[in-house]
Design a protein. Structure first.
Length: 659
């Protein structure tokens, strides 16, 4: 081994001192300045005024070293030479090195503060664990639902002021800039606190004050998985970490809303967390909406308005003890600005939703009303009616609903591959009346697709499935198919790419090629796109076809469930197979053709059929084929039904009432 030279040993010694931190760096520089001052004092000793001691000369050298203003005060060549050397050394050591050490120390502390490593000192706030493609929609929706958030925080004992804490594993400056530049979040940037850390670490969870939060939201991660660990595994580990932190601190667990992508891991998540929690099965929920949209074209626009607080009407849940003991027939007549969609009942801590309830059903103590309204005040406004205008002899029987028609069995083309495909197939099987043929068109090897479908136990028979191998962005692959054979074409956003932008670029290119091929076709198939980036919806403009933005819908759903736990039961009941569902009725099915009626009268017609009217879907006028949606219009407004208009209703039976 080569021996170290004295200089190398000295450099190593200095390195070990400097990496110990700023105090040791100051100590080294102070020692060096002291040694140079002593050396300078010794060199000029005896060249000054008579009677000057060595300590005075050392002080003289220190002053020249630290203050260049003394440079012109000395006499004699030797004394001036030493003074000049000391002054130049002072520029390097005292000014240069010390300022550099101070600057680095200050920079490190400023960067440390910007990284959000210090714990927050607040209570009754909302925590979002992780920065995913759901996080920005979550933050926007929380601010758009500020009134609902204030009521939620007040119920949990807070002041009602909304404060958000986001724990991001990679807290880059770009994230703060993204918040500042957002049209909604930029106005409330000071109320959004960014913390750096992993939600799997107890100390990092402490930075977000999770145990003091009114609610903790754990969104799933669609893209950029960490190594071989899936998003669901990360979520379950986060739930275990929250348990561990609460047990260590001896504190109560907060209310948690989390998203699990694989339905078979939902029960594992429930076992992992011991506190109040709601679990959203993300892929299953999106699959339900997509299949319901295939069944009822136009439903995606209704879902967007119901879920988004910044657009039109929303669902609200509240209790009105004054109405206990009243029948639904009498109650729904008394809301002049809202539509009664159903009620939620709690039994032994579990919630059950009854949507489009029969008129004879009696509201029991503890029941909550599910209302469609513009805001919470409109949902609560109630005026005692004299008597139901449509009342007939109460036989105690539920009116027989009009059957929900979905047309003939559909041949469906699924273009692209993601982990949602097995869930889509499972949901198709649950609607056993609509499958004619399912064709999967993807570049993924057929063997891998078959294994994934078999592992998921979707229940779909092999003779219903057909596989085509090809690239979604390839024009030749699209031209090789006979598109006239399909009733519906679903373009899925891939989850195997690095980001939602890349996935959407692939999907949109495939859609544009498909649109060009369908341009001259008379009976165009229904087209449904799944997008991953909310900003890409505007790229499609008013083109034909519907788009479902998965992160946007899931972000909105997580907010709704976080602010009102019962909402998950309502939405699950609304989109599940075999239960009440949102559908579209032609006026002719209600015996109406080009009629002029108030919206309240139309509601009564729907009640007579055992259904609940939500609004209207009006056909486009002139050269504009785009349909317009109007949910819960003014109840006294006169509506002139035209050809092509549809009524948006909740139809179907409530299984819980059929027992």
């Amino acid at each position: 081994m080569k021996a170290f030279s004295p200089m190398q040993r000295f450099r190593y010694f200095l390195e070990r001192l400097f990496i110990r931190g700023t105090p040791w760096q100051f100590l080294v520089m102070a020692t060096l300045i002291g040694l140079i001052s002593i050396l300078g004092g010794i060199l000029v000793y005896g060249s000054g005024e008579p009677g000057t001691g060595i300590e005075d000369e050392i002080w003289w050298a220190f002053l020249r070293l630290t203050d260049p203003g003394y440079l012109g005060d000395d006499e004699g060549i030797w004394r001036r030479t030493v003074s000049t050397v000391l002054t130049v050394s002072g520029y390097v050591l005292f000014l240069g090195a010390l300022v550099a050490i101070l600057t680095q120390w200050l920079g490190r502390h400023m960067r440390s503060l910007e990284r959000g490593l210090s714990p927050v000192n607040i209570n009754h706030h909302i925590v979002i664990l992780g920065w995913t493609d759901r996080t920005l929609p979550l933050l926007r929706e929380l601010w758009l639902a500020e009134g609902r958030v204030r009521r939620f925080l007040s119920r949990s004992g807070g002041s009602g002021r909304l404060r958000l804490v986001v724990l991001a594993e990679d807290l880059r400056p770009e994230l703060a800039q993204e918040l500042r530049s957002d049209a909604i979040l930029g106005k409330h940037f000071n109320s959004v606190i960014l913390r750096s850390g992993s939600a799997l670490n107890n100390e990092h969870l402490h930075r977000a004050a999770c145990l003091n939060a009114a609610a903790v939201i754990v969104p799933a991660r669609t893209f950029a998985y960490t190594g071989a660990v899936s998003s669901d595994v990360e979520v379950i580990k986060i739930l275990l970490a929250l348990n561990s932190q609460a047990a260590t601190a001896g504190a109560a667990l907060p209310y948690v809303v989390t998203e699990i992508q694989e339905p078979d891991k939902v029960h594992i998540a429930r076992r992992a967390f011991h506190g109040p929690m709601e679990v959203v099965a993300g892929d299953s929920f999106i699959s339900k909406i997509m299949i319901q949209t295939v069944r009822h074209p136009g439903l995606s626009h209704v879902c967007l308005e119901l879920f988004h607080h910044g657009i039109g009407q929303n669902l609200y849940i509240h209790q009105n003890p004054d109405l206990d003991g009243s029948t639904i027939d009498r109650i729904r007549e008394g809301f002049p600005k809202a539509c009664l969609c159903g009620l939620v009942r709690e039994k032994n801590g579990d919630f059950s939703a009854i949507l489009s309830p029969p008129g004879h059903l009696i509201l029991q103590p503890g029941d909550s009303l599910v209302m469609l309204a513009k805001d919470f005040d409109a949902a609560r406004e109630y005026r005692q009616p004299c008597a139901p205008l449509h009342a007939k002899e109460n036989t105690g029987q539920t009116p027989v609903s009009i059957p929900v028609h979905t047309g003939h069995k559909k041949a469906i083309l699924i273009a692209g591959w993601s982990q949602k495909v097995p869930e889509l197939l499972r949901e198709l099987v649950s609607h056993g009346d609509m499958i004619q043929q399912v064709t999967i068109f993807s570049s993924r090897p057929v063997e891998e697709r078959v294994c994934a479908i078999l592992d998921a136990e979707t229940g779909i028979a092999n003779h219903f499935l057909h596989h085509i191998t090809g690239e979604v962005t390839s024009e030749e692959a699209w031209c090789a198919m006979d598109l006239r054979l399909f009733d519906t074409i679903v373009l899925l956003s891939s989850d195997r790419l690095a980001s939602g932008e890349e996935a959407d670029a692939r999907t949109i290119v495939g859609y544009l090629q498909l649109e060009a091929l369908l341009e001259t076709m008379e009976n165009r198939p229904q087209i449904l796109l799944e997008l991953s980036d909310p900003n890409n919806r505007r790229l499609l403009g008013h083109r034909k076809g519907e788009a479902i933005i998965s992160p946007l819908l899931l972000g909105h759903l997580l907010v709704h469930v976080a602010l009102r736990r019962e909402m998950l039961t309502v939405l699950h009941q609304l989109f599940r197979a075999g239960g009440p569902e949102i559908t579209f009725r032609s006026p002719a099915e209600y015996g109406l053709t080009q009629a002029k009626l108030s919206f309240a009268d139309l509601c009564r017609r729907a009640w007579e059929k055992g259904e609940t009217l939500l609004g209207l879907s009006c056909s486009g006028a002139g050269e504009n084929p785009t349909r317009s949606l109007c949910l819960n219009p003014a109840h006294n407004a006169i509506i002139e039904l035209k050809k092509g208009d549809c009524l948006v209703v909740i139809a179907g039976q409530n299984p819980s009432l059929q027992k």
